[in-house]
Write a protein that binds this ligand. Structure first.
Ligand SMILES: Nc1ncnc2c1ncn2[C@@H]1O[C@H](COP(=O)(O)OP(=O)(O)OP(=O)(O)O)[C@@H](O)[C@H]1O
Ligand SMILES: O=P(O)(O)OC[C@H]1O[C@H](OP(=O)(O)OP(=O)(O)O)[C@H](O)[C@@H]1O
Ligand SMILES: O=C(O)c1cccnc1
Length: 488
């Protein structure tokens, strides 16, 4: 999948605009920001994911002969433009927040600095990749948070919106903290753990439940998880599982990593009863896992109910992010380079809705950490060439409600620039960590948030402020626009 040419994975208007820029010989260098506006599921944060696929996409960005032929057939593009496309490749710079990082609304997750024809073309693919994976990674992080240290298995492939969503969704779910996936192709492509139990069909294909369990246990004694709800969980499923475990013990087969899976009924009640039966038979270390339309809220509720479940399989609600099906990331022009001075002229997009007014200029983001706790104090969006000294006090203010100011005292904080170079002059200068390494990074990242921000409902919002300089540029641009509007 990584060498696939996805050059035509774009909206038609990117190409018609590209031809327009070509015809008007307008190929100035510009800055585009890919950012999102609202955390998924009304949560307090999101997790950046998908960068590695964006890198593959950019590396393979070439119009093949067939691509150009196809575009010629649309009878919209002129020969000179089609000829240009034949030798097209990406020559710009890309900066990105590494995968697995905690991110907040309005922060550029990816910044493209490139001639406008190139920067425009890549909009759609960058957004579709980032939007999907960041959404599922965030959803997974929420589910993992609810499970309070229990393992979450990703079980969603069959219910995902197609193969790509299944495979890349599973990748993102592992980044967000799942311990593994049932998705074998995802395992092969990204070297993540694949695991699983068995289906009801396995049980139903045998003359009786005991024989099905026994056959499975003989085959997989080291990973023996028996699905106990096909007929009657407490009267048949659990007793038959206990019978098989007992026979394994009597046969001298070491019992480790074994247990049962509940897939229906009242999971709190069933798990408590099953726990009692297993314990009474001397199988205190047998685990109880559960699946059945779970999500973060249900897992949280089951925990509160005292369910005796220590491992969870989550499918549909995770892989589709069912209650919040879109991440809503956008890609906005932020600056255009002056051909003569080389300076970036900030550009702004107005909106009736103040939250939708874009942040102009060639920017970067600094994360401000509390030096003692390592937790995030706030993020600061500023101009790319601004520098800060953590030995000096820092005053940050809310960009919308500017009277809300916070003083961060000198030597109590550390700074980290979030955007890192990924492409320079068209060359990739970044090596992505493996998915399991990104998962580890993400686990550490989650530790930089207070619980108040991680909680599932009404979380505390982390401040994302603008630097003084950027705030002034934005205000001046808004003023100017306002004056110009009056002149009409
Ligand atoms: N103790 C519980 N508290 C809250 N929700 C629960 C509890 N136990 C199960 N659930 C959830 O309730 C829903 C159960 O739905 P339903 O009864 O329709 O299906 P089921 O029990 O899975 O049975 P079947 O698979 O046979 O349709 C699932 O989403 C499940 O996760
Ligand atoms: O409920 P989800 O969160 O989507 O998790 C995945 C579900 O997929 C399987 O059911 P399915 O009915 O597809 O197959 P089965 O016959 O193996 O139960 C599994 O038993 C889970 O219930
Ligand atoms: O392995 C499992 O138990 C599994 C896999 C996919 C979907 N549901 C369950």
């Amino acid at each position: 999948m990584s060498t696939m040419n996805l050059t035509l994975l774009t909206d038609f208007y990117e190409l018609t605009m590209m031809q327009g820029y070509f015809k008007s010989q307008n190929n100035e260098k510009v800055v585009f920001d890919a950012f999102y506006r609202k955390n998924p599921c009304d949560g307090g944060y999101a997790i950046a994911a998908g960068l590695d696929q964006v890198i593959d996409y950019i590396k393979n960005l070439r119009f093949s002969k067939e691509d150009v032929e196809y575009l010629r057939g649309l009878k919209v593009f002129d020969e000179d433009f089609l000829e240009y496309l034949e030798s097209f490749h990406f020559t710009g710079d890309i900066y990105a927040i590494p995968e697995g990082t905690i991110v907040f609304p309005r922060e550029p997750l990816i910044k493209v600095v490139a001639p406008i024809m190139e920067a425009q073309l890549v909009e759609t693919a960058i957004l579709t990749i980032l939007n999907h994976q960041s959404l599922i990674a965030t959803k997974a992080a929420r589910v993992v948070y609810a499970a309070k240290g229990d393992g979450i298995m990703e079980f969603g492939l069959r219910r995902a919106q197609g193969p790509d969503a299944g495979v890349y969704g599973a990748r993102a779910a592992v980044i967000g903290g799942c311990v593994g996936t049932s998705n074998v192709l995802c395992g092969q492509l990204f070297d993540v753990p694949v695991k699983g139990t068995h289906a009801h069909s396995w049980i139903m294909s045998f003359p009786d439940e005991y024989t099905a369990f026994k056959t499975y246990a003989d085959l997989y004694p080291n990973a023996c998880c028996l699905l106990v709800d096909t007929y009657d969980t407490l009267k048949s499923g659990v007793p038959n599982a206990i019978r098989v475990f007992r026979e394994m013990r009597e046969a001298g087969i070491p019992l480790k990593n074994y247990g049962i899976r509940l897939d229906s009924g009242d999971l709190a009640y069933m798990s408590k009863q099953a726990r009692k039966l297993l314990d009474a038979a001397g199988f205190e270390d047998a685990y109880i896992s559960a699946s059945s339309d779970l999500d973060e809220y249900l897992i949280d509720s089951l925990k509160t109910q005292g369910a005796k479940i220590s491992s969870w399989g989550v499918g549909t609600n995770l892989i589709t992010s069912k209650d919040c099906p879109a991440f809503g990331g956008v890609y906005k022009l932020a600056a255009v380079q002056d051909a003569e001075t080389g300076e970036f002229i900030p550009k702004i997009k107005l909106s009736e809705n103040t939250e939708k007014i874009t942040n102009p200029g060639n920017k970067t983001i600094y994360r401000i950490y509390d030096r003692q706790t390592g937790k995030i104090r706030a993020d600061l969006i500023c101009l790319a060439d601004e520098t800060f000294d953590d030995k000096k006090d820092m005053i940050i203010f809310d960009p919308l409600e500017t009277w809300k100011k916070t003083k961060i005292h000198a030597n109590t904080y550390t700074l980290r620039e979030l955007l890192v170079p990924v492409f320079k002059g068209g060359e990739c200068v970044y090596t992505s960590p493996s998915v399991m390494e990104i998962r580890d990074i993400c686990t550490k990242e989650k530790d930089t948030l207070w619980d108040e921000t991680k909680r599932l409902v009404n979380p505390h919002e982390v401040y994302v402020d603008l630097s003084d300089k950027l705030y002034k540029i934005k205000s001046e641009l808004l003023e100017k626009m306002g004056r110009e509007a009056l002149e009409y």
